[in-house]
Design a protein around this ligand. Structure first.
Ligand code: 6CS
Ligand code: FE
Length: 306
């Protein structure tokens, strides 16, 4: 007797990447703004600005007390040797310096409360049209003198291919914990680039994150696609005091230069994903990344993290 083996239905991949020998650019197939003006603090003109550019910048969303707590916590974590040797820590490629610490909303009470801050969540849930959970959190240190760059990428490209986020219904909040100047390697973004998906060339190896989080070489756009995006949309590098917040859509092309000034450029990133966009199997066919890099088990609503 012949046995039929039923294949498990695969989620349709609307954003294939790292499958072809040639790069492709396609149109975004998801909304950018999922909520309405009456569902949060942003009025229609600000929602339209986010729709068009994929980013919002706030110089002073938080009070001095909140900020002092976060910078104290940043210093504490930086000087804790057990943090540096934990699996959550990422070390710079060419030195022993701390580059990032992941899952800080799980390992630090202060950072967990930051991730649940209503000033962030009121905006995030309005844009994403409902409750969210934390897909990823990290502190990026980018120390002075030798802090290394983050090459151009769309976060969604990685979160889709390596983590299995099906749709673009995710955004990052970057909160500066030091002053961001034009000189200390601030975040650079291509406003409007989230309307196009740049599929990248190359196959994802097993455990790619171990290399990519130190220096990303795969899942980055080809030179021609990047040049075209910059030509069409230009560049922006928001600068501002410690405490400034940049929120950006998951498919905005962005990166940052290295920091050869003596001034560190540290920030905390909280990535919120809609509870209606939970991860499926990674589209690259590899095993998923660990939960401290990309959450796939704990879908506690961010509001409940207080
Ligand atoms: O791989 C990731 O998930 C991370 N990598 C980069 C360079 N940016 C986004 C994200 O935090
Ligand atoms: Fe990124």
């Amino acid at each position: 007797m012949q046995q039929t083996i039923e294949a498990t239905p695969r989620t349709v991949d609307r954003y294939p990447s790292r499958v072809d020998a040639q790069p492709h650019v396609s149109a975004r197939a998801d909304p950018v703004v999922y909520g309405r003006p009456d569902q949060g603090p942003l009025d229609q003109s600000v929602l339209t600005q986010y729709e068009d550019t994929g980013l919002l910048h706030f110089d002073a969303l938080f009070g001095a007390q909140d900020l002092a707590q976060w910078t104290d916590e940043l210093d504490r974590l930086r000087h804790d040797e057990s943090v540096k040797s934990s699996p959550q820590a990422i070390i710079e490629p060419d030195s022993r310096d701390l580059r990032s610490i992941f899952a800080v909303h799980q390992t630090s009470d202060v950072m967990r409360r930051l991730a649940a801050h209503p000033k962030l969540l009121d905006i995030v849930e309005q844009i994403l049209g409902g409750p969210v959970y934390v897909h990823q959190s990290r502190i990026n240190y980018k120390g002075g003198f030798r802090g290394k760059e983050f090459y151009w990428h769309s976060d969604f490209e990685t979160w889709h291919v390596e983590d299995g986020l099906p749709a673009m219904r995710t955004l990052s909040c970057s909160i500066s914990l030091t002053e961001n100047t034009p000189y200390n390697g601030p975040l650079m973004l291509i406003p409007g680039s989230h309307h196009r998906f740049v599929s990248c060339v190359g196959q994802t190896p097993a455990d790619h994150y171990k290399a990519s989080l130190r220096r990303q070489e795969l899942g980055v756009p080809d030179d021609d696609s990047l040049a075209k995006l910059v030509q069409d949309f230009g560049l922006i590098a928001p600068t501002g005091p410690a405490g400034a917040v940049t929120m950006f859509e998951c498919n905005v092309m962005h990166g940052s230069n290295s920091n050869i000034t003596p001034m560190p450029r540290s920030n905390i990133f909280i990535v919120y994903n809609s509870l209606e966009n939970k991860p499926v199997d990674p589209f690259c066919g590899q095993a998923p990344r660990p939960n401290h890099i990309a959450e796939r088990e704990d879908f506690t609503p961010a509001r409940a993290l207080v």
